[in-house]
Ligand binder design. Sequence first.
Ligand SMILES: [Zn+2]
Length: 252
Amino acid sequence: MNEDIDSLVHLLKSTRRVAVLTGAGISAESGVPTFRGKDGLWRRYRAEGLATPSAFHQNPKLVWEWYDWRRGLIASKEPNPGHKVIASWENIFPSFHLITQNVDGLHQKAGSKNVLELHGNIWKVRCTEEGSVSENYQTPLNEIPPRCPDCGALLRPHIVWFGEALPSSVLQKSLLFSSSCEVMFVVGTSAVVQPAATLPYSASEAGAKIVEINPAATPLSTYADFSFRGKAGEVLPLVDERLRTASEERKD
Ligand SMILES: [Zn+2]
């Protein structure tokens, strides 16, 4: 891994445009459950049965109770060193874009300012009548289900549910930044969930080098130019440290 990190750092020293795609793995390192499969069980419900427009339509109170529980869990979690390195890179690379599949807001908590959230954000609510989006960090919520302070209609989580399309502007920007970067990091994601899974391939087709950081091999592993089997919170600080040492040497 050391030699790989050296050659990656060598590449990064002359890189100006970087994109990063993150997924559930980097949040899991901070203790956030994936809320899928057995991790997703709450009372007797599965995530797949609650995170849908029809579940919300049938029982908004139940869906909000679930989100209230999740928000409480996430509020107690802190960003890990992987999140922090990614946040600091906004100030290192002239063009830096972070695309995440995570909804927990841990990137922002680590200091990232420009985050493209493919699946929304659990700390945002949307008016079901007006479509207006606002931040809401109240945990636990005062009122379940919460209502819009402007018009009194139901608020819903600003989250992309099963069966819903990703916000097209976010998706378009993500595709643009993926296909125009020189290096793309793919961190903590199995890179199989569409349409996020297409981003590394469009980056690679446009000539970018792909750097995968994930504890387990994924379909992307053989395709990636660099593939680190490890945690984001361990690999990214190693890369960052060598990169900063290298740029110090360059100044001398
Ligand atoms: Zn409203």
